[in-house]
Design a binder for this molecule. Structure first.
Ligand code: GAR
Length: 206
């Protein structure tokens, strides 16, 4: 099994869906640690309750993005991390960190990328007037929210939606696609022995 660390900054509901999926003996990933840049991230308690080691390093204790990412990297290496899943992790990586983990790091973003990168993507979708939105699991590259898509899930945008109601609908599809996308990516990567191999978008539900 691939040793996966999950990086969070808050609630951790996507982290939970990955932890639950990884309990299956057939699942190709083992969750070996949960890292947060915020000590008050609610997801940390859930990880501990499930016997998963946790670590907190605050980005506020570092002068630069590079120095913080070096400390994060040292923690991940100490755990023997082979692969990273970002799950509501709200820090931008240094280029060195993103390049080191290229092909070994996925993120989930609550929009149909390449639309609505960055902050408040659900509000961006409402402002744009789109009739569907969703979530994207994608490879992380140095450019924000721009790496190759691995899997997308689609939901309708309803007439009376606000950002919260749309976010909640998107979140349900996030919980479905992230474990599927990680499994798909790890198995495909293993089969082809290539980085950046899974440059294919699947639609969920299929
Ligand atoms: C999720 O909607 C995730 O897609 C989003 O934050 C939320 C975290 O929820 N991530 C981003 O916006 C990344 N830029 P969670 O902590 O319950 O998984």
């Amino acid at each position: 099994k691939t040793k996966v660390a999950i990086l969070i900054s808050g609630r951790g509901s996507n982290m939970k869906s990955l932890i639950q999926a990884a309990k299956d003996s057939d699942y190709p990933a083992e969750i070996i640690g949960v890292f947060s840049n915020r000590a008050d991230a609610a997801g940390l308690d859930y990880a501990k309750e499930h016997g998963i080691q946790t670590a907190v390093i605050s980005h506020k204790d570092f002068d630069s993005r590079e120095a913080f990412c070096d400390a994060l990297d040292a923690q991940l290496e100490a755990w023997g991390t082979e692969f990273i899943c970002l799950a509501g992790y709200m820090r931008i990586h240094s280029n060195a960190f993103a390049e080191k983990w290229l092909g070994k790091m996925l993120n989930i973003h609550p929009s149909l990328l390449p639309l609505f990168k960055g902050l408040k993507p659900q509000q961006q979708a409402l402002d744009a007037g789109v009739k569907v939105s969703g979530a994207t699991v994608h490879e992380v590259t140095p450019e924000l929210d721009a790496g190759p898509s691995v899997m997308q899930g689609v939901v309708p945008v309803l007439e009376d939606d606000d950002a919260d109601s749309l976010a909640a609908r998107i979140l349900t599809v996030e919980h479905e696609i992230y474990p599927k996308a990680l499994k798909y990516f790890l198995e495909k990567r293993r089969n082809t022995d290539q980085n950046l191999a899974a440059q294919q978008t699947l639609i969920w539900p299929q």
